[in-house]
Design a protein around this ligand. Structure first.
Ligand SMILES: [Zn+2]
Length: 342
């Protein structure tokens, strides 16, 4: 009896692990053969791609100067490969569907339908909205600090965390900008820029969480706390870019940094008497639930909306509440400091 349980347990586990296999699609021999042929003849079935012939035949010397640039050639070769992969993937997916099989990932990604050449239009749209939300949040924070709240004699804000939040605004907007680019066109360069800026943002916001939750205001103490984290994050980014883009390891690092800062804010929200602590609660619970979407990945509905796109959607309202908390914090700290001064 025990044996039977054990066997079924192992069977279920191997099914689950099989489902988690990141690139089941591109190890498929049918898919591989299709891509190989396409890159040679420049066609998949009836569809042919001019970029493939372009890279094969080379360019005549009387073409414009930019057409002879090696970078331009590489880009065209990349276009050919990406077109071949895209159409082979959809042909293969149609065959799989006819056999009653579900979608699989290709090169670590689900099969998405392109719109105007944009690879993941829904993720692009949500990333752009996140970017806009961060810009709006940062701008209203800036206006509050320098035009609405009182300034000290040096014309500076009383709020001690002002410059830290300005830097946070920069890292956030930078990260969402590269997210828009990466989801529009997935090549090695855009992927590395997206991953690196996301890691930088997560690392920086962890430092910020520690400094704000423990109310670290002394300059030397701030440097002491942030130095080891900055060193780690920098090393991790260099590792991803110049040694190995290890998705599994990167996911662990990101989840660890993400969970740690959510826990910090949650504990602080539990003990502090901050008037806007409920906003912290909303962001922590919402952020935790959103993270589940990123971990429990599911294939795109109708070839458009997958777990990752939904994850980007949930962070839009959370970003709004988050900047509203930051503005409240600036107001709260300023009034506390002014009361003390009186
Ligand atoms: Zn994304």
């Amino acid at each position: 009896m025990m044996d039977r349980y054990l066997i079924s347990f192992v069977a279920v586990l191997s099914c689950l692990l099989g489902g988690l296999d990141a690139s089941a699609g591109d190890v498929d021999p049918h898919y591989r053969a299709c891509v190989k042929t396409c890159e040679e003849i420049g066609c998949v079935g009836q569809r042919c791609f001019p970029d493939c012939n372009f890279s094969k035949e080379g360019v005549s010397s009387d073409g414009p100067w930019y057409m002879q640039e090696p970078l331009y050639m590489q880009w065209k070769q990349g276009d050919c490969q990406s077109d071949c992969r895209y159409y082979c993937m959809f042909d293969r997916e149609k065959e799989r569907e006819a056999l009653g099989e579900g979608p699989v990932k290709y090169h670590g990604k689900w099969p998405f339908k392109r719109v105007f050449g944009i690879q993941e239009p829904v993720s692009v749209a949500f990333s752009a909205l996140n970017l806009a939300m961060h810009f709006h949040g940062w701008l209203s924070f800036f206006i509050l600090l320098y035009y609405k709240l009182p300034l000290n004699m040096n014309k500076k804000a009383y709020y001690e965390f002002a410059s830290l939040w300005h830097i946070y605004g920069f890292f956030s907007m930078n990260s969402w900008f590269w997210s828009v680019v990466f989801h529009s066109r997935d090549v090695e360069l855009t992927e590395k820029l997206d991953y690196s800026s996301a890691v930088a943002l997560l690392g920086y916001s962890l430092i910020l969480a520690i400094l704000r939750c423990f109310n670290v205001r002394n300059e030397a103490a701030r440097v002491m706390v942030s130095a080891p984290l900055l060193a780690f994050v920098t090393t991790h980014i260099l590792y991803l870019n110049f040694y190995k883009l290890d998705y599994g390891w990167n996911m662990k690092v990101c989840v660890f940094m993400g969970v740690t800062q959510l826990l910090l804010w949650a504990i602080w929200a539990g003990v502090t008497r901050h008037p806007s602590r409920w906003k912290l609660w909303v962001v922590v619970v919402g952020g935790g639930l959103a993270m589940l979407l990123e971990i429990y990945d599911f294939p795109p509905y109708q070839g458009f909306v997958d777990a990752h796109a939904l994850w980007h959607a949930t962070t839009i309202p959370l970003t709004y509440i988050w900047w509203s908390f930051i503005r409240d914090d600036a107001e709260f700290r300023t009034s506390t400091l002014l009361k003390k001064a009186k």
